[in-house]
Design a protein around this ligand. Structure first.
Ligand SMILES: [Mg+2]
Length: 449
């Protein structure tokens, strides 16, 4: 399809296509041509990528990132001094949670496999405190953020399905989303799709059409293996059908979106844990995910950080196999109460974060022992462990706590796939809001299955 034809097909009636949308479409087409030239796989959906403008709503209006409000003192709001920030809204907190998770992932990804001595050797005694921009990089996200986006997409599509058909088969929609992620990791759709391939000769929906997601960033072996097993056998991992005995942090690092699913915290816990159990069968692999989802859920409602953790902790205790995660959470709270820990203390008391209960503990400790988002992320990634996952988990928490305005603009400016992350996050807020969109475009963007 030619460019002009695309533009006219997907134009908003009565609205001129803004130059930035036209530019975005042209850039995407150029990128796809480049990928094809390099012999990389370009699906029809990717080629169709130019349909949806990034960062703009259905009327080509930009999504506002921050809400400003006039000072209630009645002075007319003249000048900047009269505009002040109120506490973040629920919507802002959710955007903050996902964006800051990506920022923490990006900050930590650079040093994921590095010891603290190695980190200090490269960046000085304070460790890594900013994106490493050498070699024109910096802000590169990893599998943690990729999989978080697919969890979010699965949620949106499950919700669309429920609205349209009444079916509540949420987990199948999330599984389907993870099979699309598997496809982005170098697996042909025919081998990644499993049972979904019979109804979809190619992966569908908007998210998969973003070429930037087709990048391999040290993905967890447990996730890849479990999803390949599903593709082959059709067997979903559940609390009772175990695929493995893994408690790797691949479940918790992608679980924050589950916070949106319900108003009920126990349901959010169950759902967050169930999405992790699709790939991780050890209780600490999935209970960590349920616990994180509830912490974020409580923060979205405006709860204080300690209260949010306490609520999640109390729900955790109702689950079989909770002991290990509960002990790790207690250790995190205890360590944070003594002030900002050294990387050595984190390693000694909380571990390296390679497993679920430790990743959550380090994220929680870093959030509790600091009073701002930047410091929390710096504490979360500077240790001899799985820095991108602990950064991501901490970011999910502090992003919901402080809101997106607390994320340094210099980090957002070079955050990889920022536009995709923001767009799908805001789409999720719309889908789960009081008036979910009901246009054919929306259905095509998030098919309900
Ligand atoms: Mg990673």
């Amino acid at each position: 399809m030619e460019h002009d034809e695309l533009v006219s097909k997907h134009s908003v009636p009565g609205k001129q296509v803004p130059p930035e949308v036209r530019k975005q479409r042209e850039e995407t087409r150029a990128r796809l041509r480049e990928l094809k030239k390099q012999g990389k796989y370009v699906s029809p959906e990717m080629a169709d990528r130019t349909k949806f403008p990034i960062g703009l709503d259905d009327n080509y209006e930009p999504y506002p990132l921050h809400q400003k409000t006039e000072n209630a003192s009645g002075d007319g709001g003249r000048g900047e001094g009269h505009i002040h920030r109120i506490a973040p809204t629920r919507k802002e907190r959710f955007v903050g949670s996902i964006l800051a998770g990506a920022v923490g992932d990006a900050l930590g990804y650079t040093v994921e496999f590095e010891s603290i001595d190695g980190i200090r050797g490269r960046y000085g005694d304070a460790g890594i405190t900013d994106f490493d921009r050498r070699g024109g990089r910096g802000g590169e996200i990893s599998d943690d953020t990729q999989m978080t986006l697919f969890t979010l997409e699965g949620l949106i599509r499950a919700h669309v399905r429920r609205r349209l058909t009444g079916s509540d088969d949420v987990l199948l929609a999330v599984q389907h989303a993870y099979q699309r992620w598997l496809h982005t990791q170098g697996n042909q759709w025919a081998n990644a799709a499993g049972m979904f391939g019979a109804h979809a000769p190619a992966p569908d929906g908007w998210l998969i059409s973003n070429p930037g997601l087709f990048a391999t960033r040290a993905p967890g072996n447990t996730c890849i293996t479990a999803l390949r097993t599903f593709a082959r056998t059709g067997q979903m991992g559940t609390f009772t059908h175990h695929l493995n005995d893994s408690k790797g942090c691949g479940g918790v690092m992608r679980a924050a979106p589950a916070a949106l699913w319900s108003d009920d915290a126990a349901e959010v816990f169950h759902f967050g844990a169930a999405t992790a159990a699709l790939t991780h069968s050890h209780p600490s692999g999935y209970l960590s995910a349920g616990t994180l989802a509830v912490i974020v859920h409580q923060l979205l409602a405006g709860a204080d950080l300690r209260a949010a953790i306490a609520t999640a902790h109390s729900i955790l205790l109702r689950w079989d196999g909770h002991e290990e995660q509960a002990r790790a959470l207690d250790a995190a709270i205890d360590l944070a109460s003594a002030g900002r820990p050294t990387p050595e203390q984190i390693a000694e008391r909380l571990g390296g974060g390679w497993v679920g209960e430790e990743a959550l503990a380090i994220g929680v400790c870093a959030a509790l022992c600091t009073d701002n988002l930047t410091d929390a992320l710096i504490v979360a990634v500077n240790h001899s462990g799985d820095s991108d996952s602990t950064g991501a988990v901490c970011g999910n928490i502090v992003g919901a706590h402080y809101g997106p305005a607390a994320i340094p603009e210099s980090w957002l400016a070079t955050l990889e796939l920022r536009d995709v992350i923001e767009t799908i996050t805001r789409d999720a807020v719309r889908e789960f809001g009081p008036e979910p969109p009901s246009t054919p475009d929306w259905d095509q963007r998030y098919p309900g299955w």
